[in-house]
Design a protein around this ligand. Sequence first.
Ligand code: BG6
Length: 481
Amino acid sequence: MNIPSHIFTIFGASGDLTKRKILPALFHLFAEGRIGPDCIIVGTGRKQMDDETFRDLTLEALAEAGFGGGENAAKWCTGCIFYHCLGDGSPENYKRLGERLAGLEKEHGLPGNRAFYLALPPDAFPQVIENIGEAGLADSGGWSRLVIEKPFGRDLDSALRLNEHIHRWFEEDQIYRIDHYLGKETVQNLLVFRFANAMFESIWNRDRIDHIQITVAESLGVEHRARYYDKAGAVRDMVQNHIAQLLTMITMEVPGRFEPRAIMREKVKVLRSIMPLQPGDIVLGQYDAGDGKPGYRDEEGTGEDSITPTFAAIRLHVDTWRWKGTPIYIRTGKRMPVKTTQISVVFEHPPVCFFRAMEGCTPRPNILNISIQPDESFTLSFDVKKPGEPFTLESQDLHFSYADTFGRLPDAYETLLLDIMTGDQTLFVHADEVEASWKFFEPALDHGLPLARYAAGTWGPDEVAELLLREGRTWSVRQGG
Ligand code: BG6
């Protein structure tokens, strides 16, 4: 793949995301020869430091990510890494940044292609975007692209305002809204699984599928991110974005072409056709102490009366010809027993129970389990006859594991960064998608819904089992690889 020469400017260069994700991913792309020395990285921020200090910080970040010590890292830092201090963030300072970028372009013979990556807290987005726009940083003779991390707004109104604000300086085809779930190989593989294999398509509907479950469980708590998380909570942090992406990919119709607009249109159609949420479809929870871990309200940076949900489960119905009557259950939470992201597609029971007269022979529904992480795999369960007597059925698995077949998978950020550089928007979130998603999940935001309690290290509040039980179903989660 040919990556055009460009400058990749990171706003928030000394922040956590830059250190943990962006710099290691950029370096790994360089080390593998996917990007060359004509991809110049400029870190910016309010902190006063020179190029050398930022290069040292970069080396530290690489070491922490397991890429330390090599000559290659030192070579990359010296040749490709620069820093520019934005001081008080005034328009004049952005003009100076423009001069610095132009200077680097001249020095390295670059054609003026620029990416601006906002690795910043969301309340900083509007001002920084305005400063970039007003200082003309995006008018440099080549392409210019704006990259924005989630959360994109905190509800429909704020997302609409932010989109309008950005569109004053950037066209939609210049905007790359990141949802890092879309960079995960297994999430992209949902498209391949569904649209490159004819086998499942004819049964991918309400006639053959009883229901679908999406589980995104994390064993960690809120860690050091309470300042952000306490204002966000589980619905804003995970459901409106990551889970909405999984949901649309698993339920959308076949797009006309493998092309960003066509895929986006199908995803938006799903979001717009979900039946409005009712309070009875939503369970919110917050963790108390348990399993030797503190409760949410005792974590550093939260309040003793915080009502931020750290768990959310929702039952929803996609009201289309394909899905009418097939419920979809989603759940996500912090401080669950394990870290796992899974989609379970639970097929219908056989229409007639042929073996009903025999004890131990009640057939179970087939379940297709798609494990997104940490053990990226597909598992299809089906019943077999257990050899010998008495006549008994046993559930067995057909299993495909990514790691066994392909080894290391690229980090989501590596995939997304390359796409930004090549101008491929397929794995990014369009304005219409963000808006449709906020609109749908709005009733699960702060509207005085009850907040159930659960102990850290459990699968959430008791009420969450009820969401399925009252329809005769149970949550399923696959253990192991
Ligand atoms: C982030 C959320 O977007 O995704 C975090 O802000 C969450 O709270 C993280 O922990 C989960 O990502 P992953 O890739 O580890 O599932």
